[in-house]
Design a protein around this ligand. Sequence first.
Ligand code: NDP
Length: 324
Amino acid sequence: DRVLLTGISGFLGGHIALALLNSGFEVRGSVRKLSKAEKVRQTLSQAVADISRLEFIELDLSADRNWAEAMEGVRYLQHTASPFTLTMPKDRNELIGPAVAGTERALNAALSAHVERVVLTSSMAAIAYGHDKTRTTPFGPNDWTVLGDRPLNAYIESKTRAERRAWEIMDAAGRHDALATINPSAIFGPLLDDDPGTSATLVKRLMDGSVPVAPKIPITAVDVRDVAAAHVAAMTSPEAGGRRFPMGDSALFFIDAARLLRQHYPDRRIPRVELPDWAVRLYALFDRDVRDNIGELGYAKRLDPSAATQLLGRPLIPSEEAIL
Ligand code: NDP
């Protein structure tokens, strides 16, 4: 069976491609420029026995070209491509526009081609933000991020709007059960090549001296191998249709992650001091990057990953191991 996998050049996309190829699927991976394909093929060929079941197609989330061709002979769609950056652009629409328009293009093309199941990489960002900060119960599949008057960062808004749009499109077509979403927290775990990507850059910054003190910002972590396995399971499991799968568990604060890393890498310049919240807020007055990312200062929320652990039939890899 053939799977169209958008965003195969990404950190998660590469791991999903491996999981699919190693489970015997044929994979058509999308890249923005075909010139990227050779590097992806080389990286993946180091970890799969038979790379001949991999092919590429050019797709851009913001362009109409090739979507119908991309779906030819495809039984399943894995839609992971979405703009993901740590630094928020001045224009929020640089993130939100392609995320939503790309979801529309991908899902409409999949519906026209009668694709059997669509798995969308959504995020904890679409579940657990904009809520009352006194809440202690874990966030589960029925929770949605509240996009209120005070705007959340553009990435959070992009993932929330994209996932909402996905369900609207499938519901309007009467195909609710043909969609499943995976909603991971911050994804860490083994890198397939020398590019740390967006999320592992957080860990890199904690270890290279560029973050001298740790703000009290929580990181809820999940291992990329689990997230990739869940994408494959949600594609084939009959019970997964129409459902959302939050992935991740309890949060660590930066300082806890730093302590963990220091135990294993004592020679690195890893922060030892937690910055008081007032100092972070003061700093944020002058730095938009910090301002965009401190909405959750001091607030460690929990996710309920039980739907995903049932789907996988095993507990998740501990967040400490994912970070290490
Ligand atoms: P990467 O930045 O490594 O991968 C993003 C992928 O999306 C790349 O393949 C990129 O292609 C592609 N992409 C981005 N914009 C466009 C566009 N306009 N047109 C076509 N392709 C585009 O990030 P991750 O692997 O970490 O993220 C993959 C997915 O997982 C995203 O949907 C992200 O929101 C989601 N996610 C990630 C989390 C994390 O902590 N990493 C947590 C929760 C969800 P190119 O190589 O050309 O840039």
